[in-house]
Design a protein around this ligand. Structure first.
Ligand SMILES: NC(=O)c1ccc[n+]([C@@H]2O[C@H](COP(=O)([O-])OP(=O)(O)OC[C@H]3O[C@@H](n4cnc5c(N)ncnc54)[C@H](OP(=O)(O)O)[C@@H]3O)[C@@H](O)[C@H]2O)c1
Length: 300
């Protein structure tokens, strides 16, 4: 491996680079970490080429870009622009994980997959997955990962179904998956959606409860409910932070997967992808698909 100092350029379209991501990168072994804020997609080519031409081609694998922010599609656009900016033999690696969403979604889908298999002998193919917080970065990424595995995914809108329609259109265009938008603003709409759900991903904002025990009890087909929200109250009533497939309180067969069980796999996946960048023998380009593969290996 090249002995060149590992450098990570951390780009964010927002006014901050996430301190969480900075810590993760340094703990993984990057020696120099430089934050860039308010970065626009049109600036990626210039930044990447500025970085690669300053080091011999062999050092490229020790030069990385991390793309953060709060927008999954923008992060993927930036990643594509970075890849297209490379001028062989000058290279660099890129890892996108906006708001930690790719590794969090990967952790959630991988943890639920294990519980579905072990407790209900089911896989993703044809399974009805319902997503709360579907316009958020974690909700969107988990929807796409599950749909790519063959699940039938419903995106629940808590205010205005148009925004989830847009998310479904983007998923179809970019990943070729069909996500079903559904209005979930009234208790009646929610009850109808939950009645069909076999898996729920609760990925709404911190401290927002999306499912009560009464709603869980009315969800007669629900096999697993997963919750990424660690801020009280839980996104799913009765969820324990560390749940890994135990039956939720008041339910007969619905298993819970809690935020810190998911967070453990998220943390390992993000750390693992930084380590992969550091150890790569050629440049790597990592997104939610790589995160999911790694998360699966940790869960197994
Ligand atoms: N466990 C972990 O390791 C981990 C890691 C990262 C994040 N998280 C958690 O993951 C969750 C999602 O994060 P994110 O970055 O994806 O957040 P985000 O982008 O801000 O998305 C939040 C989502 O929640 C929706 N929402 C807001 N208020 C709601 C309400 N009252 N009822 C139903 N839905 C509501 C939002 O809808 P609108 O678009 O309509 O506002 C949006 O879809 C958060 O709870 C965060 O703390 C957990």
């Amino acid at each position: 491996m090249s002995q060149a100092t590992p450098i990570l350029h951390m780009l964010s379209p927002q006014k901050h680079v996430s301190p969480f991501d900075v810590n993760m990168a340094v703990d993984a072994g990057f020696k120099t970490v430089v934050p860039y804020i308010n970065v626009e997609a049109t600036e990626i080519t210039g930044l990447v080429q500025d970085a690669i031409f300053s080091r011999p081609p062999d050092y490229g694998k020790r030069t990385g870009f991390f793309i953060g922010g709060k927008d999954a599609l923008l992060a993927l656009d930036m990643m594509k622009a970075a890849k297209e900016a490379l001028v062989p033999p000058f290279q660099c690696s890129v890892f996108a994980d906006p708001a930690g969403s790719f590794t969090t979604a990967a952790g959630m889908v991988a943890c639920v997959e294990k519980v579905l298999k072990e407790k209900h002998n089911r896989g993703w193919e044809g399974t009805n997955v319902t997503i709360f917080g579907a316009t958020g970065v974690v909700g969107f990424a988990s929807a796409v990962i599950a749909a790519l595995e063959g699940a039938k995914v419903t995106l629940v809108a808590h205010r205005g179904v148009e925004r989830v329609f847009k998310a479904a259109e983007a998923a179809k265009e970019r990943f070729g998956v069909d996500l079903l938008p559904a209005p979930g603003e009234t208790p009646e709409q929610k009850a109808k959606i939950v009645a069909d759900a076999e898996v729920v991903f609760a990925a709404a904002a911190a401290g927002v409860q999306v499912l009560s025990t009464a709603e869980l009890q009315s969800a007669k087909n629900l096999l697993v409910a997963a919750d990424v929200n660690a801020v009280p109250p839980p996104g799913v009533e009765g969820m324990d932070l560390f749940m890994k497939g135990e039956i939720l309180p008041g339910c007969t067969r619905t298993c819970g997967v809690g935020p810190l069980a998911i967070g453990d796999i998220k943390y390992k996946s993000q750390a693992g992808l930084f380590t992969r960048m550091l150890n790569a023998t050629e440049d790597v380009h990592l997104d939610f698909r790589d995160a999911f593969k790694l998360a699966r290996s940790f869960v197994a």
